[in-house]
Design a protein around this ligand. Structure first.
Ligand SMILES: Cc1cc2nc3c(=O)[nH]c(=O)nc-3n(C[C@H](O)[C@H](O)[C@H](O)COP(=O)(O)OP(=O)(O)OC[C@H]3O[C@@H](n4cnc5c(N)ncnc54)[C@H](O)[C@@H]3O)c2cc1C
Length: 323
């Protein structure tokens, strides 16, 4: 049998690839990570746009394979910013000596399972060939930037940025006229900081999404201390919930309670901010009662004008319920 280069080849050095490397190496297997970027971090390496941060709370959006790491790392904000998460991942790479087994600047262009030998054959963009017994594709769910086919885009002579491939140097929007296409999570995160700088800002929105205020801010040290004091139990509680997020989801249907109770629950969740809003009542009903409530609250908080009404979520298609 041909001698294999590796037991395990891993593609991608984001959260998943780094953890896979740590686990596989501890099994005593020969492993290497191949990463297209110049640095580790995956999502958090590429998405450097202003305002980028997680929308699952920092105390949850972190590894739990190492109790020591969990105790030592101090998050500074309720929802960590991109630079802080990238620092965290670099800290993990150093702490667990992962770097020697990570090959940066290496895009894997093809991978196939060789029939007779049953081993994987990978080819890099520069033509190198790697063989491995097992292959782990830790390439992420969002790692390929989407560029819409807009007629004329190629001839656009202004500055053009994509949130998923943001430059490393600071982009200064002061005095500029900026257009942002898209109001998914990235659009929603970068609009406020860019609006603060730009002379004029136009947002192009195809489909509106409901957006709940995050109420981000410095992480309460007392909360961090309490969670750390019982981290395994906290993780277990999260894991038992939908998407492993601590939403304190209620299993009471929005239609089982009266309008006052519904309002109380939604107000309370809105004030708390972030994803726990989705756990207010059975999510199947969010499109119905919560959307009406959200609409009323937005109207109330922005002071609805006839012009702004055209942007209200009443025009949502059913697939855009809440974000
Ligand atoms: C702004 C933002 C906020 C987010 N917030 C949250 C959150 O709060 N909670 C949550 O759960 N998720 C969130 N996500 C989703 C996030 O992508 C995941 O949480 C997580 O970081 C994915 O990690 P990963 O290792 O699976 O993939 P990635 O981090 O995407 O890493 C994949 C890596 O694979 C590399 N790669 C891909 N193809 C190849 C190839 N052919 N050859 C070599 N290398 C390759 C890429 O360069 C990339 O570095 C957020 C995403 C963004 C963009």
């Amino acid at each position: 049998m041909t001698k294999l280069d590796l037991d395990v080849a891993i593609v991608g050095a984001g959260f998943a690839g780094l953890f896979a490397l740590h686990r596989v190496r501890n099994l005593g297997l020969m492993v290497r990570v191949f990463e297209a970027a110049h640095g580790i971090g995956g999502t958090w390496y590429w998405n450097r746009y202003p305002g980028a941060r997680c929308d699952v709370e920092s105390l949850e959006y972190s590894y739990h394979f190492s109790p020591e790491l969990q105790q030592d790392w101090e998050w500074t904000e309720r929802y960590a910013s991109q630079p802080e998460i990238l620092r965290y991942l670099n800290h993990v790479a150093d702490r667990f000596c992962l770097r020697p087994d990570i090959q940066l600047n290496t895009r894997i262009n093809s991978a196939y399972l060789d029939g007779p030998s049953r081993h994987w054959v990978l080819h890099t963009a520069t033509g190198d060939r790697i063989t491995a017994r097992w292959l782990i594709m830790a390439t992420g769910c969002l790692s390929r930037p989407y560029r819409p086919h807009l007629p004329g885009l190629d001839e656009f002579t202004g500055e053009l940025y994509h949130t998923g491939e943001w430059p490393h140097e600071t982009v200064n929007f002061a005095g500029k006229c900026v257009g942002i296409i898209g109001t998914g999570s990235s659009g929603i995160q970068c609009i406020p900081p860019i609006a603060q700088q730009a002379d004029q800002l136009f947002v192009f929105q195809r489909s509106a999404a409901y957006t709940v205020p995050a109420h981000n801010g410095p992480l309460d040290p007392e909360l961090q201390r309490r969670v750390k004091a019982e981290y395994p139990a906290f993780r277990a509680r999260c894991n038992a919930q939908f998407a492993a997020i601590n939403t304190d989801a209620s299993n009471v249907s929005a239609l089982e309670v009266g309008p006052e109770e519904r309002r109380r629950v939604y107000d309370e969740r809105w004030a708390r901010g972030g994803l726990p809003f989705t756990g207010a009542h059975l999510t199947a009903l969010l499109a119905a009662s919560a959307s009406v409530w959200t609409r009323l609250t937005i109207q109330h908080s922005i002071g609805l004008t006839s012009r702004s009404s055209i942007c209200m979520p009443s025009q949502l298609r059913p697939s855009h319920r809440l974000a």
